[in-house]
Design a protein around this ligand. Structure first.
Ligand code: GDP
Ligand code: MN
Length: 357
């Protein structure tokens, strides 16, 4: 049998002409990346992956944020890959600097101690700015004001399955607020007083604690929250958090008075500098305590890698129909790794195997 092909040459597209690019996805949503100019190659890698697996069918806009001006090269090459409109925003200085009330010698001393203990990023000021920015300021950027939803994408991540539905629409239609893929334990040495700070906050604002919250995800052996519970234990945080390098979430949650009061309280304590509070535990505590459990969604159908961990969906259909190709054997799937908190999430919130499309 011989095959004959009719070669249809596609019209050349001008990838760099973003004025021609239009959003097809219907949600007020953007793909958001915080990056440094030197991460250009890693940024392109992630954009390529998200475009190939999802956005080529939706053309959602990309928003790039940086504490420094992006280089022409960064903007030209990233906008070349984006299939939707692109915007580049420089973060205002007041969202990326040491507050004037900070006890700088105290912060320096604690950074030295953390370096001596070998704590990752223990001596990095820029990493602290980044964590504080992602906790307290990213959702206040003017460039995001027109959006309700964001998908956080970091440089150098991978996706191994097609996402053949609109996760933003899924979130809205199913009344979800926060979506994650991986969950794991935080380094205790980076957040020694974060839980106490949170418990104190809830003491001052008992009404912010949601009924049917996820306290039982954060404390082992905790009973599910009951209607009318107004406090949380002062101790016992198991360090579980949602890995915030991937997030699909509702910006309006971070813009709410509840969250603003919480993150202002945290910031006033200086823990982003005196300790090394990460945006992942900060987001996760807020999501788990201020939202009912059913507002939180585990995207079980999304495969993801952020070094050093990889997770893939475990249903057979996703492989039989070619939607996914997982680069790791089941035994290395992070979901059930000893360092993963996902089994705890399943235990308190249930496990959904269903795909959404
Ligand atoms: P890790 O995932 O915790 O190891 O930290 P990353 O180095 O991946 O940083 C998390 C996110 O913040 C990524 O999107 C980085 O590109 C970004 N990031 C980290 N530090 C800086 C910085 O100093 N400036 C800018 N503009 N982005 C940063
Ligand atoms: Mn990262």
């Amino acid at each position: 049998k011989t095959w004959s092909y009719e070669i249809v040459k596609p019209e050349p597209t001008n990838h760099r002409d973003n004025t021609q690019k239009q959003t097809l996805g219907k949600e007020k949503a953007a793909l958001v990346m915080l990056a440094r100019n030197k991460e250009l190659g890693d940024a392109l890698h992630s954009i390529r992956a998200v475009e190939d697996r999802f956005n080529r069918n939706y053309h959602y806009p990309w928003v790039f944020m940086n504490d420094e001006p992006f280089t022409e090269e960064f903007m030209e090459l990233t906008s070349g890959l984006a299939s939707g409109p692109v915007e580049y925003a420089q973060i205002p200085k007041e969202h990326w600097s040491v507050p004037d009330w900070l006890d700088v010698p105290k912060a320096q001393k604690s950074m030295e101690d953390m370096v001596a203990k070998g704590i990752i990023y223990g001596g990095s000021v820029s990493y602290r700015h980044m964590c504080r920015f992602n906790s307290a300021f990213f959702f206040r950027q003017e460039v995001l004001a027109k959006y309700d939803w964001y998908w956080r994408v970091e440089p150098s991540v991978d996706f191994y399955c097609d996402i053949d539905y609109d996760p933003f629409a899924f979130m809205r239609e199913n009344k979800k607020t926060y979506g994650f893929v991986m969950s794991l334990y935080e380094y205790e040495a980076t957040i020694p007083t974060l839980w106490k700070a949170t418990a104190d906050f809830i003491k001052d604002h008992p009404d912010y604690l949601a009924s049917n919250n996820s306290l039982d995800f954060l404390i082992d052996g905790q009973a599910p929250s009951a209607e009318g519970d107004k406090s949380i234990p002062e101790k016992g945080y198991n360090l579980c958090h949602f890995w915030s390098n991937f997030e699909i979430a509702d910006l309006n949650f971070w813009r709410s008075k509840t969250y603003l009061d919480y993150v202002d309280h945290l910031d006033s304590l200086g823990g982003f500098f005196y300790e090394r509070w990460g945006d992942a535990p900060v987001h996760s505590l807020a999501v788990s305590l201020f939202l009912p459990k059913d507002k939180v969604h585990h995207f079980n159908d999304i495969s993801y890698r952020h070094a050093p961990y990889t997770r893939c969906p475990q249903d057979e259909e996703s492989y039989a129909n070619g939607r996914c190709v997982c680069p790791i054997p089941k035994t290395q799937n992070f979901d059930t790794d000893g360092y993963s908190c996902l089994p705890k999430w399943w235990a308190v919130a249930g496990k959904e195997d269903r795909r959404y499309n």
